[in-house]
Design a protein around this ligand. Structure first.
Ligand code: GLC
Length: 419
């Protein structure tokens, strides 16, 4: 009897992979920049290849909103979504709802990806998701305007950036009142956690919580980093910057209304598109140093198979296909989504479309992880406490030193007996 069931399952699994229309899967993808378009196209390629059907579920832009929605689905053990696009900071939070891909995806295939990203997706030995694309914060700048105002290169420090942004802004505002020196992600959400971690690390202020789980935020360099960012608001950045996510900043930069922008790599491809006002005028550099180092926060997205999916075998095949080299190459060329497969950084077509994948390779390999590993299932609370504290400094409600001291107390409460 047992044997018969096993055989039946096997036959069904084979059939699902080879018979037209055998399975209908649903994948939840993001919609920032070209994400949705490229997800749909990739899913359609797999569907055409296998004869299965894939529906694409459009997720909200802000990573916090996506998380809330996914947590609802997963808590209800809903089988509606088979494959989820997961933020690199979520595996610790969501591991229990995803199948272990170890052994299901051949080790040789897993090993083609950056080891650090595979590690970030591994929770207590379980491979929660396969990396799809990686992210690191970058400084975008207007090459034409730097030249016009007599600057030979991108700023190396935040102080230099502030000086340059002010001079360019003052000059450009004579003809364009809305022109901004520097745009970034200042809204109180996960994106602000990313930007602010870059400021912290660049000033030598640590990563909020260190790799051993110790709360390190209460230090003078962290305070100085936050006060420095607050000094940009209403001087080189518009008051509205405290309401911007990635797409708001990109909209302003891409329409020609900012000299500098902090954003992820996806903004490159759109900035170079035919309808962009700044096509051919964009430079990309490492984010400036605050005295300690240049720092980029590690971001990126993975694909995981829900434990509640009724078509897990097919869902695993879809994930392997989308996270595989052919799809990652298309996404890199068409959308400047950074591959997680190391060899694609030597691919001539990928480098031609994205020269900075080569010139800034070390930015991607030295990107700093948010403390989602050490804080495990409490990461989201930690991040929200952090971004709220940063938000208060940006709006002038508190000063850096008081904010980091209060935050340390709040984080200790969240930590309780341990993370
Ligand atoms: C990008 C990153 C992601 C991060 C998010 C914040 O999508 O890839 O890791 O959490 O931005 O807005």
């Amino acid at each position: 009897m047992k044997k018969a069931i096993a055989l039946f399952t096997l036959t069904a699994a084979i059939a699902s992979g080879s018979h037209a229309g055998a399975v209908t899967l649903t994948i939840a993808c993001g919609a920032v920049g070209q994400e949705l378009e490229l997800c749909k196209a990739g899913a359609a390629r797999w569907a055409a290849k296998t004869g299965n059907e894939v529906k694409v579920f459009e997720s909200p832009n802000l990573t916090n909103d996506r998380l809330a929605l996914y947590q609802q689905q997963l808590a209800a053990k809903s089988s509606d979504i088979d494959v989820y696009q997961l933020d690199v900071v979520w595996p610790g939070l969501l591991a229990q709802h995803f199948i272990d891909l170890k052994g299901k995806v051949p080790a040789a295939e897993v090993n083609t990806h950056f080891k650090g990203i595979i590690d970030a997706n591994t929770v207590d030995g379980k491979l929660v998701a396969m990396p799809w694309f990686t992210d690191a914060g970058l400084l975008y700048y207007r090459t034409d305007l730097l030249k016009k105002y007599g600057y030979a290169a991108a700023p190396k420090t935040w102080a230099e950036l502030a000086t340059m942004a002010k001079k360019i802004q003052d000059g450009e505002q004579k003809a364009n009142k809305t022109f901004a020196g520097f745009v970034w992600q200042g809204k109180n959400y996960e994106g602000l956690t990313c930007d602010a971690m870059e400021w912290l690390v660049s000033f030598g202020g640590g990563t909020i919580v260190d790799s051993t789980g110790k709360i390190t935020i209460n230090n003078p360099n962290a305070a100085k980093a936050l006060d420095t960012a607050a000094s940009w608001v209403k001087t080189i950045s518009p008051a509205g910057v405290t309401t911007y996510g990635e797409e708001e900043a990109r909209g302003i930069f891409q329409s020609g209304n900012a000299a500098f922008m902090r954003n992820w790599p996806y903004a490159w491809s759109l900035g170079q598109s035919a309808d962009s006002k700044v096509k051919g005028k964009i430079g990309v550099a490492p984010l400036p140093s605050g005295g300690a180092r240049n720092a980029a926060t590690l971001g990126g997205w993975q694909l995981g198979v829900s434990s509640y999916s009724k078509n897990q075998a097919a869902a695993i095949e879809l994930v392997r296909y989308l996270a595989g080299p052919a799809e990652q190459k298309i996404r890199a060329i068409e959308g400047s989504y950074n591959p997680t497969i190391t060899t694609l950084y030597k691919d001539a077509d990928v480098l031609k479309a994205n020269p900075f994948f080569g010139s800034l390779f070390s930015v991607f390999t030295s990107a700093v992880a948010r403390p989602s590993g050490p804080t495990k299932s409490k990461y989201n609370q930690v991040s929200q406490a952090f971004s709220s504290a940063v938000s208060d400094v940006l709006s002038g409600k508190s000063k850096g030193q008081a904010a980091v001291a209060q935050l340390a107390t709040n984080l200790a409460r969240i930590k309780g007996a341990g993370w």
